[in-house]
Design a protein around this ligand. Structure first.
Ligand SMILES: [Zn+2]
Length: 50
């Protein structure tokens, strides 16, 4: 599971793969993986820089 964030509206969801269509803005958006992988983040943390 990864955290995904819509690059248009900022909608976030957890999924293995990002959806084709954003459930929030109903458009084909680019989803960015903002899962925080660095060890100083808490488990399941989200990278706030994205
Ligand atoms: Zn969106």
């Amino acid at each position: 599971m990864s955290d995904w964030k819509c690059s248009k509206c900022g909608y976030m969801l957890k999924a293995d793969q990002p959806p084709n269509e954003c459930p929030s803005c109903k458009e084909k958006c680019e989803f960015v993986d903002n899962t925080c992988y660095t060890p100083d983040c808490p488990a399941g943390g989200i990278d706030k820089r994205i």
